[in-house]
Design a protein around this ligand. Sequence first.
Ligand code: FMN
Length: 269
Amino acid sequence: MILINKDMCMKCQACVKDCVVKVLTTGADGFPEVKEDDGRYCLNCQHCMAICPVGAVECNGVSAAQAKALGALPPPETMMNLVAQRRSIRQFKDEDVPQETLLKLLESLAWTPTGCNVHNLTFTVVSHRSEMDFFRSEMNKSLRFLINSGLLRLAYPKFQRYMGEVLRGEDVIFRNAPHVIVAASPKNAPCKEADPWIALSYFDLVAQTYGIGTCWSGFAVHALNWIGKLRKRLGLPKGYRVGAVLLFGLPAVTYHRQTSPKQFEIRIL
Ligand SMILES: Cc1cc2nc3c(=O)[nH]c(=O)nc-3n(C[C@H](O)[C@H](O)[C@H](O)COP(=O)(O)O)c2cc1C
């Protein structure tokens, strides 16, 4: 529900102009209003609350008074360094990330944009190495079974080399990481493929600023969706599928310079 405080509202229409679903319109008295029945189209993006210069709008229980003030942003060069200096970490220290750092990192997830602002992603975080050991050993056991049965060779013929590593007991999927975060989306979400990756990309970048190393695991996305016992352990709600997986922990390696990746083909029209 959107509430306008008419004692504060200056009738500037900023909220009306910025409402993507046009739930807010200008009433006969010049104040913004939500027509009867239109409220159900509200995406709860809270733009109306955030854009109001005088804080006169409350959106679905969130008032301007409750909202956090804007903070400083990193300058462009720092942000570019963050992007360029993030490396996929595959060598981790054998220690847990402090829980308070982890909780701080998880805060970033709330702001991830999702298609149509359907805010129903779900995340599972393995926060202790002991739990990770369970995932690692079950993963290896299940993969060995799938490899030995010939099923995996049939489904993923290009990954023969990795299969040899799995059979030698190497942790190809979780890279010996102390932690993993799994993002899952409901099968019927409008952007079910994109949302989990975007959410964990936010987490990924914020993680770097805390000195936490990360590595995407496309393998784990497939494997976790394949292996029933691990899927169950993730505790996903019914109808959800694993969409993206990010490994993380304290890095055991340091990179001394940036890489120089080949630029992509870019067309500027
Ligand atoms: C969608 C996606 C899936 C990936 N899956 C894996 C994976 O399963 N295992 C792995 O070790 N690295 C994985 N990576 C990491 C890439 O190999 C890595 O980003 C690339 O080699 C470039 O290295 P950099 O991230 O250090 O720049 C994945 C990356 C992306 C974006």
